[in-house]
Design a protein around this ligand. Structure first.
Ligand SMILES: Cc1cc2nc3c(=O)[nH]c(=O)nc-3n(C[C@H](O)[C@H](O)[C@H](O)COP(=O)(O)OP(=O)(O)OC[C@H]3O[C@@H](n4cnc5c(N)ncnc54)[C@H](O)[C@@H]3O)c2cc1C
Length: 427
């Protein structure tokens, strides 16, 4: 019977190398450099390129990818164990070649790109020579694709795109955009949109402004497309197949965010534990107060529960090799993720008192990031609906006035099954 919580010793050795490397080589960059996505930043490149070479030498580059794309084809369980370390650093994913949204965009290009697009965009993207942007959300709404209006109309040579996109991550650094656009407004929602690749600098494509949040300045763009002409083969996948194409990136993307969230929550948890053992008030360390102990216990339980849910979901993805069969589990992970980070980072902030709230500690940013996790790739409510719908598929309604689990009926069936046992209420 295969049921194991141990990590293979050889892989554990690699993970130990990753942990030390992240701690000593990568995490310092978070405090010295600007955005990991700025491939034009010479200081960033000078620091990052040698580290990326070390990762490649360890055969840990782009581990989410199959060997045909230069990765190791590790599968999601091994990835989860890796990402829960890499996620401790903002620069970690870039140094290991698995940063979002490039990871998902690369998967789209690998599936749907032409040979020329793969040469022009995919290979440099996989090498982190360039970065990319995924633009789907519009200013009038992101959670409901039914309100999207950015439109592509046919021209003699291809398509013309007009409209606006909102909160597109890293647009200012991107060499190309993968954009969800309405191609047939009359079609049912599932086949209304198509996916296009648009190069940065295409005439008519502009950044209206960059919005940021928390410490992330100017990180998310408000984009405008005015008569942006693209050739026929700029469409990725089939006409009306935009949602199908987006699923290629979202399934993996969501679980990878979750794996890295374990790392972020654990750093807050570790800090909280050290603090309560160190800070004294009213003659004793905080750790001796029961309400503080409750916070430690709740945080540990939430983190371990979440980690197990992530690992089990990763295992299911590896087992089924089909994201559609793991929809419920991925949605559950996505819905649980913001709450876990919010609760644990929030408690760490609170137990550190004023310094915890200050900009001299990471907790306030982590709490804000928990809201990012609850919005990006769709709000929590929408994923809970998916979980509930999928869960309820396994159940049937009953027309009986009293359901089969009504205790008098249960007892009656028990008596019928064991007629020789004298029921305990008869004693
Ligand atoms: C940090 C960050 C990065 C992002 N990066 C990108 C990116 O790179 N590309 C991109 O295209 N988009 C990106 N987004 C946008 C993200 O996908 C949207 O924010 C998300 O889909 C929600 O859309 P909205 O912001 O328009 O909110 P709305 O659609 O206006 O929803 C607002 C709120 O309404 C509630 N709500 C919505 N629908 C339902 C429902 N069905 N049931 C119950 N309540 C509901 C929820 O509370 C929700 O948070 C990013 C967002 C963030 C925060």
């Amino acid at each position: 019977m295969a049921w194991d919580f141990e990590t293979d010793p050889d892989y554990q050795k690699q993970l130990d190398w990753v942990a030390a490397f992240i701690e000593t080589e990568v995490m310092p960059l978070d405090h010295l450099l600007g955005s990991p996505y700025d491939t034009q930043d010479e200081a960033r490149n000078k620091a990052v390129r040698p580290l990326q070479a070390k990762v490649k030498a360890q055969k840990l580059w782009g581990c989410h990818l199959g060997p045909e794309l230069g990765g190791q084809g590790y599968g999601q369980v091994k990835l989860a164990l890796l990402n829960e370390i890499i996620g401790r650093s903002a620069y970690g994913p870039t140094v290991f070649g698995c940063q979002a949204p490039d990871s998902g965009n690369a998967e789209i290009l690998a599936h749907y790109g032409t040979a020329a697009q793969k040469t022009q965009y995919l290979q440099p993207l996989l090498n982190n020579e360039i970065v990319s942007c995924f633009a789907m959300t519009e200013p009038q709404g992101g959670a409901d694709p039914g309100v999207f209006t950015t439109r592509a109309t046919r021209t003699t040579t291809g398509w013309r795109i007009d409209g606006e996109k909102w909160f597109a991550s890293n647009a200012r650094f991107a060499a190309f955009f993968i954009v969800m656009v309405v191609t047939n407004p009359e079609a049912p929602l599932a086949s209304r949109c198509s996916m296009f690749i648009v190069p940065a600098g295409a005439p008519g494509l502009s950044i209206v402004r960059n919005a940021g949040y928390g410490d992330h300045i100017d990180s998310h763009a408000y984009l405008r497309f005015e008569n942006v002409e693209v050739p026929e083969d700029a469409m990725l996948g089939s006409e009306g197949g935009g949602f199908l194409v987006s699923q290629v990136r979202l399934g993996g993307g969501r679980i990878h965010h979750a794996m890295r969230t374990i790392a972020s929550a654990r750093t807050a948890f570790d800090a909280m534990c050290q603090r309560v053992l160190s800070r004294r008030t009213k003659g004793e360390v905080l750790a001796e107060k029961q309400t503080v102990q409750e916070k430690i216990a709740d945080s540990w339980i939430e983190l371990e529960q979440f980690r197990l849910l992530v690992l089990r979901t990763a295992w299911l993805i590896d087992k089924h090799q089909d994201y559609k069969k793991v929809l419920k589990d991925i949605a559950a992970v996505k819905a649980a993720m913001p709450m876990v980070l919010h609760n644990i980072a929030g408690r760490a902030l609170h137990l550190h008192g004023s310094i915890g709230l200050s900009r001299e500690m990471p907790f306030a940013q982590q709490v804000i990031d928990s809201y990012f996790l609850g919005l990006a790739d769709g709000p929590t409510e929408v994923h809970k609906v998916t979980v509930a719908k999928q869960v309820l598929r396994a159940y049937m309604p009953t027309n009986a006035l009293f359901p089969a689990y009504h205790l008098p009926q249960v007892r009656e069936r028990a008596r019928e099954h064991y007629p020789d046992i004298v029921p305990r209420d008869a004693h």
